[in-house]
Design a protein around this ligand. Structure first.
Ligand code: GAP
Length: 449
């Protein structure tokens, strides 16, 4: 791994088609980004391996894909309309509006503490010390449903995917005939009107989350809290190949915790701007279900036949942003080394998530090599559920460099000898070693690697 600044990462992502500024030709829009051809493959792979590990590998966990806009009462009951806030200050001199806790360099969002720290702070934009007192600002994104834009038609774009998991808790439990403990996982967009979106796709206004709520008997909270903390840690290391040295735990203190969480542990990753939150595990207790029972009037309590107890389930939540996992995977995989005296940039991405799993590179555009190369390509796309690229442009050296820079684990070259020996060469991204394999054994060999 070689260190990378956020500017270097942003430029690599643009140069190689991972991420573009949204509506770039109009100057972009702060906090919104578009995923390009390789970015969408990498993000889809992250979501796929998460879904496989969380929803499909656990018989008691089910999937959900809910609407982004829900009845606004959901967000009143969940406390988001009143409590989903961040502290902000305005500079009286230049009008800059800034996150007070970021400016103060603290994780605390306590207003009196921030007022004290910021007393002597200068505005990073104009240098004057003329801030307003910190105050809370609500991050919910609003819209209007229907043709009339008035208070009665206000609705919110969900700030977290979790909200509709709580309101579907009883639907899922009943239709799957589940007993507690069981879980519901969801992957989807969420929206937050962040005061100062920044650091590329680290803090954005339109984000994607992978969340799972695990409904439990309150007496088992410690056991399941540990289980889902361990899961997050092991997933990052084993499934997507992040190195353990780039991770550490951070426990939220009282002043830092979200309004719904009794305990919260984040995995921090060594992002280019320092160690920051990547993945949260929270004990949300019965906060959400109790509030939904109170506001909706529906009984969401659970009767356990075996212990003959009635209780409102507690929820252990596992929540991670796709964009932050995307940066973590790229930063951790980024490396620079030398091959035959030439410098190269290489993304040592785990093969589970590499945007292109295999590239087919014919050594010549002449027939009958083209036909054979195309046949090999068709064989692979028909047999393997992978993204496979076919590239016949430029010299082979340039094509290898390009595939190294987007993290393709294996390249297959087809040369004139292939016409006689019905074999191709597989070149390994990390070691650059090459080996000859019969076309008849190619699928098996690639699957085993
Ligand atoms: N349901 C709980 C929840 O939403 P959170 O800590 O606010 O908790 C969970 O967010 C995860 O979503 C974070 O750990 C982070 O990975 C990601 N995330 C949150 N806000 C984000 C933002 N503005 N931009 C990008 N990712 C964000």
């Amino acid at each position: 791994m070689t260190d990378l600044t956020m500017d270097e990462l942003t430029s690599l992502c643009k140069r190689r088609g991972f991420v573009f500024q949204s509506s770039e030709i109009y100057g972009g829009l702060a906090g919104f980004w578009d995923y390009g051809p390789y970015g969408v493959e990498l993000a889809n792979n992250l979501k796929k391996v998460w879904w496989q590990s969380v929803v499909r590998s656990n018989p008691e966990i089910y999937g959900l894909d809910s609407a982004i806009i829900q009845n606004p009462k959901l967000w009143q009951a969940s406390g988001h309309v009143d409590g989903f806030t961040d502290p902000l200050v305005d500079c009286k001199n230049c009008g800059a509006r800034l996150r007070a806790d970021h400016l103060a360099g603290t994780d605390s969002t306590d207003l009196s503490e921030l007022t004290a720290i910021l007393q002597d702070h200068a505005c990073p934009v104009c240098g004057k010390k003329t801030f307003t007192k910190p105050r809370y600002y609500n991050m919910m994104m609003k819209t209007w449903v229907g043709p009339i834009e008035d208070d009665a038609s206000v609705a919110y774009l969900r700030p977290e995917t979790a909200g509709s998991i709580f309101t579907n808790y009883e639907n899922v439990r009943e239709t799957t005939r589940s007993k507690i403990p069981f879980g519901i996982g969801q992957v989807g967009k969420a929206f937050r009107n962040e005061i100062s979106p920044r650091d590329f796709i680290f803090r954005v206004r339109e984000l994607e989350q992978m969340e799972m709520q695990y409904f439990i008997n309150p007496k088992t909270q410690d056991k399941f809290y540990s289980r889902w903390r361990d899961f997050a840690w092991n997933f990052l290391i084993d499934t997507i190949g992040i190195s353990e040295d780039s991770l550490h735990w951070h426990e939220h203190d009282e002043k830092e915790r979200a309004h719904y969480a009794a305990t919260a542990h984040d995995i921090y990753f060594k992002f280019p701007q320092g160690f920051k939150e990547l993945w949260g595990t929270h004990n949300r207790t019965d906060f959400d279900l109790s509030n939904h029972m109170r506001v909706s009037g529906k009984d969401l309590s659970y009767y356990d036949d075996q212990t003959q107890e009635r209780f409102t389930p507690y929820v252990i939540e596992s929540s991670v942003g796709v964009g932050r996992m995307f940066i973590a995977a790229l930063v951790d995989a980024y490396d620079e080394d030398e091959v035959n005296g030439e410098k190269r940039v290489v993304l040592r991405l785990h093969k589970n998530i590499a945007p292109v799993r295999v590239a087919i590179l014919p050594l010549s555009k002449k027939e009958p090599l083209m036909k054979l190369s195309h046949d090999v390509y068709v064989l692979l796309i028909k047999s393997l559920d992978w993204n496979i690229e076919y590239d016949e442009t430029q010299s082979i050296g340039k094509r290898y460099r390009r595939q190294d820079e987007i993290g393709t684990p294996q390249c297959i070259t087809i040369d004139f000898a292939s016409l006689d020996d019905h074999s191709v060469t597989i070149r390994d991204r990390d070691s650059t070693e090459q080996r000859r394999v019969k076309i008849d054994d190619l699928i098996n060999t690639l699957q085993k690697d």
